[in-house]
Design a protein around this ligand. Sequence first.
Ligand SMILES: CC(C)(COP(=O)(O)OP(=O)(O)OC[C@H]1O[C@@H](n2cnc3c(N)ncnc32)[C@H](O)[C@@H]1OP(=O)(O)O)[C@@H](O)C(=O)NCCC(=O)NCCS
Length: 177
Amino acid sequence: MELPWPLTDGRITVRPAAPADAPAFLGYRRRPECQAYVSRTVNTIEQARTLISDRTAEPDSLLCAVLLDDRVVGDIGGRRYRPESLGPKPTDWDFYLGYTVDPDSWNRGVASAAVSLLVPALHGAGVRRIVAKTFADNVASIRVLARNGFRLEATERAAVLGRDGRWLDDCTLAHLP
Ligand SMILES: CC(C)(COP(=O)(O)OP(=O)(O)OC[C@H]1O[C@@H](n2cnc3c(N)ncnc32)[C@H](O)[C@@H]1OP(=O)(O)O)[C@@H](O)C(=O)NCCC(=O)NCCS
């Protein structure tokens, strides 16, 4: 997707992922803390490379590296899709948003800054509704979204079986322009 790259606030930078990001992505994405609430896990360098090549090859997908002081400490991205319609063909796009940050950099505002950079850029590029699905247990993720103006729209109770065998409440939050 064409956005005015790079997006930066001077401390955090968001730019499209590149093949050279694979070792950095693998370094944190294989950690159990990063896998608890995500469906597509990355455990090998091949999987990290495939994630980047798949997502950069698909025109409706976006995968970005998140840099703190010029070092890759996370990723953010998602997929745009056409909204549902009862008839007229929508010309707008909606977008599913997701992100992961290296646990060594948690609670330093990295995800919040990355979301605050990407969300207005997506709206500026014609994206209407930005949707994030997260589990009720994922307090940090819900906090990141809430402080960026996402509203909780629904909680599906005991909807998804977690990696630890517990049924998780699945929350939908969304941001409109
Ligand atoms: C969710 C995630 C991206 C947050 O990244 P981060 O860079 O640490 O986020 P930030 O520092 O911007 O903000 C985290 C917020 O959650 C709060 N928080 C963190 N852990 C918390 C907890 N256990 N209870 C309450 N609040 C918590 C922090 O205080 C902070 O809020 P504040 O800015 O109001 O103080 C990170 O935890 C992560 O990568 N998790 C694994 C992958 C994942 O779950 N991705 C989301 C899938 S939907």
